[in-house]
Design a protein. Structure first.
Lengths: 291, 336
């Protein structure tokens, strides 16, 4: 046991990171936008779940059913009212506006929920585990998280590959102007993509909140992990993102096992190593890294 | 038709006079003997220089870095190591701290320059986190608790405060003059060409990569020197404070609100920032919420910032970095 256990935990953690990364990658794919408030939106969702659990006396997974659609609405509104108005003005305004939102969300959460760290309580699900033999046991909850991540990736794959909406996403991604000429309403399409992205990141935030404690300032790290998973896996590849998340998760659990302060740092260093040796990621669909 | 290219404006001549008076006032301030005021001016100048450096990156080179806190932190730690461990004079160690930061910027650039646009922003942020975590795990640098600058202990408090203050004034003036001269030079013209169109500037013989790298290193030097100054003023640093994203957040809000891509903008923005902070001192982090919201609104509705609105409305430029063509009879060319 020991090292094998660390490996299994890391792989399962990677599922959670893939959830964070998918929303970021989707937005970048469809409209070349990097949402710097991505992580903060996930923490916002986790705090909304805390409030819902308290107010309605429900479990966090039931709160998820409520919070995810709300976050989708937030995403739709954000894109329509704010980000769509910045289209065609280059990268800088969108980066700065989402960074501003990130700081506003963090400080808003600090003022509303104080600086205390919170956690979502999922009852017996948190501690229940599945013995695998050889002294290794896998928690049901990390397993559930990984399963949900894979299911969401499959669903997204089908949505993008098989539906009219997915076709419009791909068209806008390849050439937004021509897509618009063919009758696609880009503004609405981008808003739907952002809604989808924030709904997915809400799921990620709530699973994170059950797994570990979080504070108002937990968002930026989630953004960085999501970004690293995307880059390790390669831009534009959904399954690459899952592999990227798994590599990052394994790096972090392995590093933390060697020395407690080295978990997150090892993840960052593996990311830098991949960047140095394979700048386009492990499973890149294209060489394009521009935005 | 004979034309003349004009650089100076009447506003720039008046501005030069005001700036000279302001600098004279700053040099005279220590005779008023208010230590609290002096500390605040040091803080104000530090933020102003950080803003000028970030403005050079984002407003002139198109490099939107969210990781400049890396150089604030590296500068602060370089100061402690140089002054306490290597016995360098602490005041001399401040500009040397800038050189250390620039030395770290070179390998950093090798990594982050692989990204463009939004991913460049996140990439610089990730590298800043790597520096923070490496220092937080280093026993020699005090791990998570940080270190205190001991080299200044033998000095009398008044001497230390006066020297820190004068150093800040020199840094502030040097930074503004250096950026101004750079932007007016041939290199500055190349830089602005790169910002406006990379392919076009390249085809005209501008080395895009070297131009951007030079600006990135210069900004790291300025930011690192400021980091040294900040911790000479505070005397104590820790990884979380020195590498805090807030350094970059303050800087970005200052530049965006004041006016991105102008030299006057960061000055206006710094004054707005201090006004908000002092007025809302009892309101916790509300000033950050307000500044963030204001920055978002400015970016959406008035991307030229407060100074841009002023410059447009009254056509004033205190630091003219552009060249304007007019004919010898003093008549403005058509279209103006």
């Amino acid at each position: 046991m020991g090292w094998l256990d660390t490996l299994v935990q890391g792989i399962l953690l990677g599922g959670l990171y893939a959830l964070f990364a998918t929303g970021l990658s989707l937005i970048f794919g469809v409209m070349r936008l990097v949402n710097l408030a991505h992580g903060d939106f996930s923490i916002l969702a986790a705090f909304m779940a805390v409030a819902a659990v308290q107010a309605l006396d429900v479990g966090p997974l039931l709160a998820l059913v409520l919070v995810a659609p709300v976050m989708a609405l937030v995403g739709y509104g954000l894109q329509r009212l704010v980000l769509n108005r910045l289209l065609g003005r280059g990268v800088l305004p969108a980066v700065l506006v989402t960074f501003g939102l990130s700081i506003v969300i963090q400080n808003g959460l600090l003022e509303t929920f104080s600086a205390d760290s919170r956690r979502l309580n999922a009852g017996s699900l948190e501690t229940a585990s599945l013995p695998l033999g050889g002294g290794i046991a896998v928690g049901w909850f990390p397993l559930l998280t990984f399963g949900v991540a894979v299911l969401l990736l499959v669903a997204l794959q089908l949505l993008i590959g098989r539906t009219a909406l997915g076709r419009a996403f791909r068209a806008a991604s390849d050439d937004g102007e021509t897509a618009a000429l063919m009758g696609i309403d880009n503004g609405r399409l981008y808003a739907l993509a952002m809604a989808l992205s924030l709904a997915i990141v809400a799921v990620a935030g709530i699973f994170l909140g059950v797994r570990t404690t979080f504070t108002f300032a937990s968002g930026p790290d989630r953004l960085l992990f999501a970004f690293e998973a995307v880059i390790i896996g390669g831009l534009g590849s959904l399954w690459g993102t899952l592999v990227g998340g798994v590599i990052l998760g394994v790096a972090q659990t392995t590093g933390a096992r060697v020395s407690p302060g080295w978990g997150v740092l090892t993840g960052h260093l593996v990311f830098l190593a991949v960047l140095l040796l394979r700048p386009s990621g492990l499973f890149a669909k294209s060489q394009r890294t521009d935005s | 038709m004979t034309v003349a290219v004009e650089r100076a404006t009447s506003a720039s001549r008046v501005g030069l006079l005001i700036a000279s008076l302001l600098v004279a006032g700053l040099i005279a301030l220590p005779w008023a003997g208010d230590a609290g005021l002096m500390r605040m001016v040091v803080e104000l100048i530090a933020l102003l220089v950080l803003a000028q450096m970030w403005n050079l990156l984002a407003g002139y080179a198109g490099l939107v870095s969210i990781g400049q806190q890396a150089y604030v932190g590296l500068g602060g730690y370089a100061l402690v190591v140089l002054a306490d461990d290597l016995g360098v004079n602490p005041f001399l160690a401040v500009p040397l701290a800038g050189l250390v930061a620039a030395a770290f910027a070179l390998p950093t650039a090798a990594l982050v320059f692989r990204f463009h646009g939004g991913y460049f922003a996140v990439g610089t942020w990730a590298v800043a986190e790597v520096y923070r975590l490496l220092i937080a795990n280093s026993g020699a640098l005090g791990r998570g608790t940080g270190r205190t600058l001991r080299a200044v202990f033998p000095l009398a408090r008044e001497t230390r405060e006066l020297a820190t203050y004068l150093l800040a004034v020199v840094l502030g003036v040097t930074a503004i003059v250096a950026v101004y001269l750079y932007l007016r030079s041939r290199l500055g013209l190349g830089l602005m060409a790169v910002r406006d169109s990379e392919p076009a500037s390249q085809s005209l013989g501008v080395d895009v990569f070297r131009t951007k790298l030079a600006v990135y290193l210069a900004a790291a030097f300025g930011t690192g020197t400021t980091g040294g100054l900040i911790y000479l003023n505070l005397l104590r640093n820790s990884p979380d404070a020195a590498f805090s994203i807030n350094w970059t957040a303050y800087t970005i809000f200052i530049v965006v609100i004041g006016g991105l891509g102008t030299l006057e903008g960061p000055i206006v923005g710094t004054l707005v920032f201090f006004l908000f902070r002092e007025l809302l001192a009892d309101w916790g982090s509300w000033y950050m919420i307000l500044l963030g919201t204001l920055a978002v609104v400015v970016m959406m509705r008035y991307p030229q910032g407060l100074w841009g609105l002023v410059a447009e409305r009254w056509d004033v430029r205190v630091f003219p970095v552009q060249r304007r063509v007019r004919d010898v009879f003093g008549v403005s060319p058509p279209g103006r």
